[in-house]
Design a protein. Structure first.
Length: 402
């Protein structure tokens, strides 16, 4: 899907978002809003760009992660600890609907840029404050990243093999979930503003959204006094549920959360006798016989190619999915039909493919206008919009403020 549209298009056209955050949760939240047409201005330090510009793979010296994370954002520089940089931010915030920041709690206040100051000039401003541990509490001043949220939320404790260590994901899962929570919270605050006329502060602690996604572990501990153990790819709630290797060396994931699906799978692999066992009647009791069920399903799959297994499961209306890498995703006809992968021209690297927004709307399409911009690429243009003359911009630059 090739996409290149006017930034003024999209269901959030006219919404002005100020992204003053770094690394992943905050910038990703701003990316989600920009995907839907919001005018996002990314503010970075003049001499210390967002560290995400240096994360991950590069091509010809150009960072690839930033091309996605910085898409649909105009790039501006300002040193917020300097008088000139603070004035730039105040002018930007005065005309913004939303500001997203992830400094340690108290930093904006130390610079004289707390919500009391910003909202005095713009009572409708929604300030989303994203931090590792939130704006209150004994840990509020600690540095926090998604990895710590993955550890403290219980995710790592329940992930991995039973006899292995707690396992962390190889990507920013905690940050990604927090970014969705931030975008959602911002839209809730904007909806409230429509009735009250006032903005408010959104407090996102990265340790909380991932905790909310992990099911009833707190309620289980509260009511039963037990914690969810590590079970590898298996589930304590149903079986068979695992990954299985095919004869041509591919891996497939099988899920039997529904009883009818579990029965179809066992019939398909030639073991209807297991489905007739009394213990097969519930997911929890099936899970107690996971070894036997895995042997039956795994043995059947091991004798067939990936395409043969997928075709057979589809015919039997049983649930299976190949374990994909990026090359498989791009080639898959379902992702193609959904338009999941977007192609957009990048001024440095040419045509570039990346995953698009999270959903589709029947009447409004998402907007991928441009990839991540060079550091400070739009400073002069945005400052001109704020009323700065070219001489004033030069003075700010000479002072190191932008």
């Amino acid at each position: 899907m090739s996409v290149s549209r006017d930034p003024a298009d999209g269901p959030l056209a006219g919404l002005r978002v100020l992204d003053v955050s770094t690394l992943f949760a905050g910038p990703m939240a701003a990316m989600h809003l920009g995907d839907m047409g919001a005018d996002v201005v990314k503010v970075e330090h003049p001499r210390r760009p967002d560290p995400s510009r240096g994360h991950g793979a590069t091509k010809d010296g150009v960072n690839l992660w930033w091309k996605t994370l910085g898409r649909n954002k105009r790039a501006v520089t300002a040193d917020l600890s300097s008088p000139g940089g603070r004035e730039v931010l105040e002018r930007l915030a005065a005309r913004a609907d939303v500001m997203i920041e992830n400094f340690r709690p108290g930093t904006l206040e130390r610079w004289g840029l707390g919500y009391d100051v910003l909202s005095a000039a713009n009572p409708g401003l929604v300030l989303a404050r994203v931090s590792g541990f939130g704006q209150v509490g004994p840990y509020r001043s600690r540095p926090g990243f998604g990895t710590l949220a993955e550890a403290m939320s219980g995710f790592a404790a329940m992930t991995g093999e039973p006899d292995g260590p707690p396992t962390l994901p190889p990507f920013g899962l905690g940050d990604g979930i927090a970014s969705l929570a931030t975008a959602y919270a911002v839209m809730v605050a904007l909806h409230a503003r429509a009735a009250s006329g006032r903005g408010q502060v959104v407090d996102i602690a990265i340790i909380e959204p991932i905790l909310a996604m992990l099911g009833p572990q707190i309620t289980r501990w509260d009511q039963l006094g037990t914690v969810q153990p590590r079970t590898g790819n298996r589930s304590a709630n149903n079986a068979p549920r695992n990954t299985y290797r095919t004869s041509d060396g591919h891996w497939l994931a099988v899920s039997t959360s529904a009883q009818s699906i579990a029965e179809r799978v066992m019939t398909l692999v030639g073991r209807p006798d297991l489905a007739a066992e009394p213990w097969f009647a519930t997911g929890a009791t099936r899970a107690l016989h996971a070894d036997e069920l895995d042997a039956a399903v795994g043995g059947w799959i091991a004798g067939r190619s990936r395409d043969e297994v997928v075709a057979a499961f589809e015919a039997a209306q049983a649930a299976v999915a190949p374990v994909y890498d990026a090359s498989d995703i791009v080639a898959d006809p379902q992702f193609q039909a959904l338009g999941t992968i977007h192609e957009i021209d990048d001024p440095e690297l040419g045509p570039m493919r990346m995953q698009g927004p999270l959903f589709r709307l029947s009447d409004d399409d998402a907007v991928l206008s441009f990839t991540g911009r060079a550091h400070g690429a739009d400073t002069d243009a945005v400052l001109a919009e704020l009323g700065y003359t070219s001489e004033q911009v030069t003075a700010l630059r000479e002072a190191g403020a932008v």
